[in-house]
Design a protein around this ligand. Structure first.
Ligand code: DQA
Length: 151
């Protein structure tokens, strides 16, 4: 099972960006940990980060052709992007929305998500753990499919 992990604008700055909100872990460190866990859990992960909305649309479309699912932190585009909503709705592979912080407990403009309604589910507020939980869900999907297949 191949999972794309897609990160949106400003997440390349993790580690130095508002550490009181997003912590001191860099994106590279999160990716290393996901690679390690994916290896343990029998999954494959591939990473993308872009600050550009259209590039994120392209990656989601590519994921539909090449991957089995997507972990998506669309960052600020979560709260603004009809284009990303449409891209997630258009593709057949499950997308899990993740956030490091809990947008529900922050400014009013972060409370809405254009993505939540078209994603398989959303995980927020657990720092880098949000990505780990999303990856774990994909692993469990694999297990469930295997169990159903065997029985
Ligand atoms: C974020 C939350 C968004 O509101 C914000 O714009 C981000 C990061 C998070 O991971 O907590 O850039 O997606």
């Amino acid at each position: 099972m191949l999972i794309y992990v897609v990160n949106g604008p400003n997440l390349n700055l993790l580690g130095q960006r508002e550490p009181q909100i997003y912590g001191r872990t860099t994106l590279n460190e999160i990716e290393q940990e996901l690679t390690r866990l994916a290896g343990e859990w029998g999954l494959e992960v591939r990473f993308f980060q872009s600050n550009h909305e259209g590039a994120l649309v392209d990656i989601l479309q590519q994921a539909d052709r090449e991957a089995d699912g997507v972990i998506l932190n669309a960052a600020a585009y979560t709260h603004t992007s009809v284009a990303l909503h449409d891209a997630v709705a258009a593709i057949k592979k499950p997308v899990v929305e993740v956030h490091l912080s809990n947008p529900q407990g922050r400014e009013e403009f972060r409370r809405g998500s254009y993505l939540a309604g078209v994603c398989a589910g959303s995980i927020s507020g657990f720092g880098p753990g949000s990505y780990v939980l999303a990856l774990r869900w994909f692993q469990q999907q694999g297990d469930i499919t295997e169990t159903v297949r065997k029985n």
